[in-house]
Design a protein around this ligand. Structure first.
Ligand SMILES: [Zn+2]
Length: 366
C-alpha cells in the first residue's frame, strides 16, 4: 500500500494564484482583469467569513455535531460544508480532522477554507505515466485528489493523507522539502487517524524517522510551524546556533537531496547519508551529555537506525523486519489528545504488548 510520492512541485494552481495574489497586493503587483476579479471575490468572501465567525461556527456545530470551542481555525470545516463536489462520506472524513485543525495554531484558516470549499476527489484508473506504487495523488494545481482505486475499496487513511495535503498545501508551503511535506503529512495522518498512531506501516518510514529526529532536535512546535507556514528559518537558526552555520547548511541541503533522490527512485548518495548521520550523532552526543535523558537517547538511536536503512527506493523490508524486532515507541508529537492518553513513553512490541525486556543494543557511544 503506497501513497503519493510524486507531486507537481512547480504547478501554479488556482489556489496558488490566490495565495500569491493575496501576498502580491501588498507589494503592488499588477494583475490581469480575470485575476483581479477573482481576488476581489475572494477578499469579499473572506471578509464576510471573518466578520460572521460566530454564526459560522454555530452552523458547523449544528451540521456536524463537532464542539467548535469557538475556535476560528475551524473555518475550513465551513468550506467543507459548502463544498458542492464532495459527498457526505468524503466530507465526514474532513470533519474527523477537527482535532488536527484545532491543535495547529499556525494554519492560514482562510486559505484552508478556500481549499476545502473547492476540493474534489476523483476515483479513476491510474494513467500510464503514473508509477504503479502510487495509490493517491494530490494536485495543488487543480486542488484535486486522484485515487487510483474505487471509492468502495480505497482505505480511508490514503484519502485522509491527501486531504491533509490539501488543507496545508498552498502557495506559501509549495517549496518545502519533500521529507517535511510527506513526513509531517503522514505523521499527522497516523496520530489523528491511523489505527496504530505510533507505527508507520505504509509508505514513509524514512521521512517519519527524520521528522521525529527533527522534533527531538528543535521541538515539535518549530517543525509544525515550518510545515504549516512554509518557513524553515526557525529550524535553520536553532540548529545553526548549536552546530554552526556551515555544517548546518550542508546538513539541510544533504537532507533535502537524499529525499529527492529517494522520491525520484535514484540510489541514495552514501556520502551524503553518512554526513547526515555524523551531524546527528554530534548533535545528540552534545545534547544527551547535558541532559542525560536516556529516553531521548533511545528514541534517537531507534530513529537513526531507520534512517540508516534508507538505501534504495522502496526498500521497506528491512524497515519492516526492524519493527518486528524492536517494536515502536508510544510517543506522540502533534496530537494533544494522544499526548494526554500516553503520558509515559513506552516501548511496545509489534503486537501492542509492552516491551519490558528491551533487547535494543546501542552500537554508538556518546
Ligand atoms: Zn503525500
Amino acid at each position: 500500500m503506497k501513497k503519493n510520492r510524486k507531486k507537481p512541485k512547480n504547478a501554479i494552481s488556482k489556489l496558488l494564484n490566490i495565495a500569491l495574489l493575496s501576498i502580491g497586493i501588498y507589494i503592488g503587483e499588477k494583475y490581469s482583469i480575470v485575476d483581479a476579479k477573482e481576488l476581489i471575490y475572494n477578499f469579499q468572501e473572506i471578509n464576510y467569513m471573518n466578520e460572521n465567525l460566530d454564526v459560522i461556527l454555530n452552523e458547523i456545530e449544528d451540521a456536524t455535531g463537532i464542539d467548535t470551542d469557538d475556535n476560528p481555525n475551524l473555518l475550513p470545516l465551513y468550506g467543507t460544508l459548502k463544498n458542492e463536489k464532495l459527498d457526505e462520506s468524503e466530507k465526514s472524513l474532513i470533519y474527523s480532522l477537527d482535532e488536527l485543525i484545532k491543535d495547529n495554531p499556525y494554519m492560514d484558516k482562510n486559505l484552508s477554507y478556500l481549499s476545502m470549499r473547492e476540493l474534489d476527489i476523483e476515483y479513476k484508473e491510474r494513467p500510464n505515466n503514473i508509477d504503479d506504487i502510487i495509490v493517491g495523488l494530490y494536485s495543488l494545481k487543480n486542488n484535486r485528489i486522484d485515487i487510483y482505486n474505487t471509492k468502495e475499496k480505497v482505505e480511508s487513511e490514503i484519502v485522509i493523507h491527501e486531504i491533509i495535503h490539501s488543507l496545508f498545501h498552498n502557495g506559501k508551503t509549495a517549496l518545502l522539502p519533500s521529507y517535511i511535506e510527506e513526513g509531517v503529512t503522514e505523521l499527522l495522518t497516523n496520530e489523528y487517524f491511523a489505527s496504530n498512531p505510533f507505527l508507520e506501516s505504509t509508505t514513509y518510514p524514512f521521512e517519519i524517522a527524520t521528522i521525529r529526529i527533527m522534533c527531538e532536535m528543535v521541538g515539535e512546535e518549530k517543525v509544525l510551524k515550518a510545515y504549516t507556514t512554509g518557513n524553515m528559518a526557525e529550524i535553520d537558526m536553532d540548529l545553526a546556533r548549536k552546530m554552526g552555520v556551515a555544517d548546518t547548511t550542508v546538513f539541510m541541503i544533504d537532507l533535502k537531496e537524499i529525499f529527492d533522490e529517494l522520491e525520484q527512485g535514484h540510489p541514495i548518495d552514501s556520502i551524503k547519508k553518512q554526513r547526515i548521520l555524523s551531524y546527528l550523532d554530534t548533535f545528540f552526543a552534545a545534547k544527551l551529555k547535558n541532559t542525560n535523558d536516556t529516553n531521548q537517547a533511545d528514541i534517537y538511536f531507534y530513529n537513526r537506525d531507520i534512517l540508516d536503512m534508507m538505501d534504495k527506493k522502496d526498500d521497506f523490508s528491512n524497515y519492516w523486519l526492524y519493527t518486528q524486532e524492536h517494536g515502536y515507541y508510544t510517543k506522540a508529537y502533534f496530537s494533544k489528545k494522544l499526548k494526554a492518553e500516553y503520558p509515559y513513553i513506552e516501548k511496545r512490541n509489534i503486537d501492542g504488548t509492552v516491551n519490558t525486556q528491551d533487547n535494543y543494543q546501542y552500537t554508538y557511544s556518546y
